[in-house]
Design a protein around this ligand. Structure first.
Ligand SMILES: CC(C)(COP(=O)(O)OP(=O)(O)OC[C@H]1O[C@@H](n2cnc3c(N)ncnc32)[C@H](O)[C@@H]1OP(=O)(O)O)[C@@H](O)C(=O)NCCC(=O)NCCS
Length: 427
């Protein structure tokens, strides 16, 4: 006798992707959160069960899903946040929750979701850029997202990491605090320093709530999250750090690790004091800082720059949704006056020639019929936008076409920025 699937199984596993895909997408309701996350779990091939934090920041009206019968087969979403860009803070469409069920892959579903999502952001008219973390580096370039910020995973042996004698740790003090005291001091401090560093994101209360959740089952043998504040003698808060510890013992004795999750400081003395505290804890032998900036100053504060090793990972991929507004919003460390010819098949409203004028205190970007100085794709423009991916390097990689001699050199300087990106959280 043959074994047959029931009609119900066949029905629920069918793989047809409908025509007119974009119009078949619709936002999830708040009640459909669990169905969306079931699809996400299936898409990622892992059980995504700790979703309390995701629930806190879910914006159902900014999601898009696809249903096949009553089964969710694709998800995507946007968080409404702000991001620091060179010299300014702008609203950001933070793209998230992207998955397509294995049964519906490679039939254009993601392409349809990305297209509709970007069009809706453009029509909304408030967010000049979108950004995302990519599960795989080859997915999003075709949609105009370029690699714009980085994480530097720092590692080292704490006993070899000594601060240089010319690094002044100041007169402030480091205070281990509980979550309540941390929140009341660190949240306003974060908002004070956020505009100084490209890549940092706004964190409304629900984001802090989500970020500071610390379920035991996600700790993997590490301690609960610990909180440090740095303050001047008059009580002014000038830094904070979040870290965990992992206790371990080797034949030779203690072998613990300090895992630094995030560190912010207003000035060198606060940074030095926080690092001194973190690197000199009893029973700790190893440092791991997986979400540091790739240009973290720590290496240069040590007597032995080799004591800290770094492997670089990618962080935010940026997409200019509105080229004119996005380039006018940022600032440029040197004056720039160039015509850019942008190729943008996925968001054709951006394609064509733009005259960019800018300097340290202004940016202006308008349509022009003039002859271009440089030509590049939207993906390349997204990559250089935060000032951390060098336009010159992309030109060397064949991704920028120099039409006017000298334009690459001028634009490389102007699109750079003195502060490297810092992206210590995923979404
Ligand atoms: C990545 C994912 C969303 C792609 O969805 P999809 O509906 O298959 O994508 P599309 O059919 O629209 O593919 C569009 C193009 O991207 C390519 N592409 C899609 N996923 C890709 C991947 N993971 N790696 C490389 N290329 C990919 C396709 O080959 C296609 O190329 P083409 O236009 O040259 O034919 C889906 O495979 C998925 O859910 N993966 C697991 C979860 C995940 O990684 N999500 C992303 C989180 S950031």
């Amino acid at each position: 006798m043959e074994t047959r699937l029931t009609d119900g199984v066949i029905q629920s596993r069918q793989t047809s992707v409908p025509d007119d895909l974009e119009s078949r997408l619709r936002p999830f309701t708040a009640d459909e959160f669990d169905a969306a996350f079931a699809c996400l779990s299936e898409g990622f091939g892992e059980d995504i069960t700790d979703v309390e934090g995701d629930r806190m920041v879910f914006e159902p009206e900014r999601t898009l899903g696809l249903w096949d019968g009553d089964r969710v087969v694709a998800t995507s979403g946007i968080y409404s946040r702000e991001i620091t860009i060179p010299g300014a803070v702008v609203p950001l469409a933070a793209v998230t929750l992207v998955s397509v069920s294995p049964t519906h892959r490679r039939q254009g579903v993601l392409t349809a979701m990305m297209g509709r999502q970007l069009r809706e952001v453009q029509e909304r008219g408030t967010e000049p850029i979108a950004a995302l973390y990519a599960s795989e580096g080859s997915i999003y370039g075709r949609f105009g997202y370029g690699l714009a910020s980085y994480q530097g995973q720092l590692k080292g042996e704490t006993q070899s990491m000594r601060l240089r004698s010319d690094v002044d740790a100041g007169n402030g003090r480091v205070y281990p605090v509980d979550e309540k005291d941390f929140r009341s001091a660190a949240i306003p401090f974060y908002d004070e320093i956020r505009p100084d560093t490209p890549g940092l994101l706004s964190r409304k209360d629900q984001w802090w709530d989500s970020l500071l959740l610390d379920p035991e089952k996600q700790r993997n043998g590490r301690s609960a999250r610990r909180y440090l504040l740095h303050a001047e003698p008059d009580g002014t808060v000038t830094g904070f750090a979040l870290y965990r510890r992992k206790a371990d013992w080797a034949d030779a004795g203690p072998d613990g690790t300090v895992i630094v999750v995030e560190l912010h400081a207003r000035h060198t003395a606060a940074r030095a004091a926080l690092w001194r505290y973190l690197l000199s804890m009893d029973l700790v032998r190893h440092l791991s800082a997986p979400l540091a900036g790739r240009d973290d100053p720590l290496r240069h504060m040590l007597t032995d720059a080799r004591a800290v090793g770094m492997s670089q990972g990618d962080a935010l991929y940026v997409r200019l949704v509105d080229v004119g507004a996005a380039l006018a919003a940022r600032r440029y460390p040197t004056t720039i006056d160039l015509i850019l010819d942008i190729e943008d098949k996925f968001c054709p409203w951006n394609a064509g020639r733009w005259r960019l004028t800018g300097g340290p205190s202004y940016g202006r970007c308008v349509r022009t019929e003039g002859d271009p100085d440089l030509a590049m794709t939207a993906e390349t423009l997204g990559a250089v936008y935060l000032g951390d991916t060098s336009l010159g390097t992309l030109a060397a990689a064949g991704r920028v076409r120099e039409i006017t001699p000298g334009a690459v050199a001028a634009a490389t300087t102007a699109f750079g920025w003195p502060a490297a990106t810092y992206s210590p959280e995923g979404f």
